[in-house]
Design a protein around this ligand. Structure first.
Ligand SMILES: *[C@@H]1O[C@H](CO)[C@@H](O)[C@H](O)[C@H]1NC(C)=O
Ligand SMILES: *[C@@H]1O[C@H](CO)[C@@H](O)[C@H](O)[C@H]1NC(C)=O
Ligand SMILES: *[C@@H]1O[C@H](CO)[C@@H](O)[C@H](O)[C@H]1NC(C)=O
Ligand SMILES: *[C@@H]1O[C@H](CO)[C@@H](O)[C@H](O)[C@H]1NC(C)=O
Ligand SMILES: *[C@@H]1O[C@H](CO)[C@@H](O)[C@H](O)[C@H]1NC(C)=O
Ligand SMILES: *[C@@H]1O[C@H](CO)[C@@H](O)[C@H](O)[C@H]1NC(C)=O
Ligand SMILES: *[C@@H]1O[C@H](CO)[C@@H](O)[C@H](O)[C@H]1NC(C)=O
Ligand SMILES: *[C@@H]1O[C@H](CO)[C@@H](O)[C@H](O)[C@H]1NC(C)=O
Ligand SMILES: *[C@@H]1O[C@H](CO)[C@@H](O)[C@H](O)[C@H]1NC(C)=O
Ligand SMILES: [Zn+2]
Length: 442
């Protein structure tokens, strides 16, 4: 696994003069001056860039265990079926990408200080580092939804709101090609709305791995990336998590790790089995009714659903809310159903500077720096986008007095080379965001 930024030292060694030229790095100037200095230098270089990087992509080389463990070129992903490329068919986890043979969405890291040094004291009455299968308030149902936010979130929130019901959302950071939660405007607003309307937000990891299959270090990364991303949106991160596939055992060390990271590990008392027949509402209703029958009259229920199945998120939820109120049960967040006070649901990171909260999908500092790469479809737009990129780095630097704006600057430098070369070489490289490889668009 390597980061896209690993490419930059290689670019440095290929084009030392380009990166050394002060005029090239003067951010108040266009990064690339068509037809002028230092354009000649820049023009001459990128043929090489094309052949070492972008041409590999066009070739669609094979990769992975079925191809002699071959790796993909830098910046490209190895699809589940062993082809190199970019985009969600190649890069999206957990299904379409093979992490050990190229880049994957899971390798993206949210901006901002990582949470590894944060204090994680045990707080409240609910045990840490062990599975919770049920809740304790009699005649109470905890609705829980995995894998969101999704295209169904807003409608689901409307339904919950009109029923006056609070639920729990176990959100994943960057799965199924949906884009990172802290950089995708619709997911930022969905998560903010969940929080504002009294719902509980738990973690379902950054990239949905089977935690039993990871090293302790990688488990920490899978949790901490999601902490950072959620904190970029809400300035706090959860103490509740549901492991993907509900896989987290003692033998692998996962439960110990979750204990050390300060997490309540959540399973379910009833699985809606929405995943088994995602379109069959009556099958889900049958499952729910018989589960409720066993829990009546004094029990409680911890129900598991998946947000991305709309029949479950929308239709089944409507049915449940109607049914449960008729029986005189309450619906609540999981933590409420466990008697855990609101102040125990989250931790507030001590380090929030310089990147803190996401506004409209961009990662920003408290001073409003917004790192956005404008979409481009031709050379002129590529240059415009690149100028804007450097302007933002300047804004970031002045707002933060030279603090960390380097990630954005690295991308600007790389884009500058790209804009200079695109549309002019053989094989022809298009001047389009999708081929550039870096994008903060979903
Ligand atoms: C950047 O460009 C501006 C305008 O040409 C110039 O005034 C300034 O001195 C340059 N800064 C650096 C560091 O080269
Ligand atoms: C969400 O909806 C949009 C437009 O309706 C669609 O293009 C996109 O693929 C959907 N995303 C997911 C994750 O289903
Ligand atoms: C839902 O959450 C809000 C905000 O915490 C709270 O005021 C409200 O009482 C909760 N509703 C229920 C039914 O628990
Ligand atoms: C975890 O590892 C087991 C055994 O190697 C494998 O069967 C399973 O598919 C893996 N799970 C995931 C989600 O990768
Ligand atoms: C849906 O589920 C019900 C109950 O399990 C079953 O009787 C029915 O055949 C299913 N319908 C379809 C279309 O699979
Ligand atoms: C339900 O709970 C109440 C109070 O805890 C108790 O008095 C009653 O016997 C319980 N009913 C059943 C059927 O368990
Ligand atoms: C826990 O869940 C089961 C269903 O799996 C239910 O029958 C039982 O009543 C629940 N326990 C409590 C204490 O509510
Ligand atoms: C789910 O509800 C929608 C209305 O929100 C309706 O159009 C659709 O037919 C329902 N689906 C099922 C399977 O009942
Ligand atoms: C590359 O493609 C662009 C548009 O697709 C075209 O305008 C340009 O002339 C092409 N350049 C070469 C060298 O083929
Ligand atoms: Zn899941």
């Amino acid at each position: 696994m390597y980061s896209l930024f690993a490419l930059l030292p290689i670019l440095h060694s290929l084009f030392p003069t380009v990166f050394a030229a002060p005029s090239f790095l003067n951010h108040s100037e266009p990064a690339y001056c068509p037809g002028g200095n230092p354009g000649n230098d820049v023009q001459a270089q990128p043929a090489l860039l094309g052949s070492v990087f972008f041409k590999r992509q066009a070739d669609q080389p094979r990769c992975g265990p079925s191809q002699g463990n071959q790796l993909c070129g830098l910046g490209t992903c190895c699809s589940g079926t062993g082809f190199c490329g970019t985009g969600s068919d190649f890069c999206s986890v957990p299904q379409n990408c093979q992490p050990n043979y190229g880049f994957c969405d899971s390798d993206i890291t949210p901006t901002g200080p990582d949470t590894s040094a944060e204090q994680r004291n045990a707080q409240g009455p609910v045990p840490y580092g062990q599975f919770i299968f049920n809740c304790t308030m009699p005649q109470t149902l905890a609705l829980t939804y995995d894998d969101g936010p999704s295209n169904n979130t807003q409608e689901l929130l409307d339904i919950l709101m009109s029923a006056g019901a609070n639920a729990t959302f176990f959100v994943s950071g960057n799965t199924n090609g949906k884009g990172a939660i802290d950089r995708t405007p619709e997911w930022v607003s969905a998560i903010k709305r969940m929080d504002a309307e009294g719902h509980q937000i738990g973690s379902h990891t950054w990239s949905h791995p089977d935690l039993n299959n990871l090293s302790s270090e990688d488990r920490g990364v899978a949790m901490r990336k999601n902490e950072r991303a959620i904190a970029n949106i809400l300035n706090k991160y959860p103490t509740y998590m549901r492991p993907p596939y509900e896989n987290c055992n003692s033998e692998s060390g996962c439960l110990t790790d979750m204990n050390n990271l300060g997490y309540h590990v959540v399973a379910h008392s009833l699985d809606s089995q929405d995943w088994a027949n995602p379109d069959n509402l009556s099958a889900m209703v049958d499952t729910f009714d018989s589960g409720l029958g066993q829990a009546l009259p004094n029990g409680s229920m911890l129900l598991m659903q998946h947000e991305r199945f709309s029949v479950s998120a929308i239709n089944l939820t409507r049915y449940i809310l109607m049914d449960i109120t008729q029986r005189g049960w309450k619906v609540s967040t999981l933590a409420d159903c466990l008697g855990d006070d609101t102040r125990n649901w989250y931790r507030t990171p001590s380090r929030t500077e310089p990147a803190t909260m996401a506004i409209d999908g961009c990662v920003v500092s408290r001073n409003g720096f917004c790192g956005t790469l404008n979409v481009f479809t031709n050379k002129q737009e590529c240059d415009d986008s690149n100028r804007n990129c450097y302007t933002q780095v300047d804004d970031c630097n002045s707002a933060n007095k030279g603090a960390v704006c380097d990630d954005m600057k690295n991308i600007c430098d790389f884009q500058s080379l790209y804009c200079a070369s695109c549309g002019t070489m053989t094989p022809n490289i298009s001047c389009e965001t999708k081929d550039f490889g870096f994008s903060n668009q979903p």
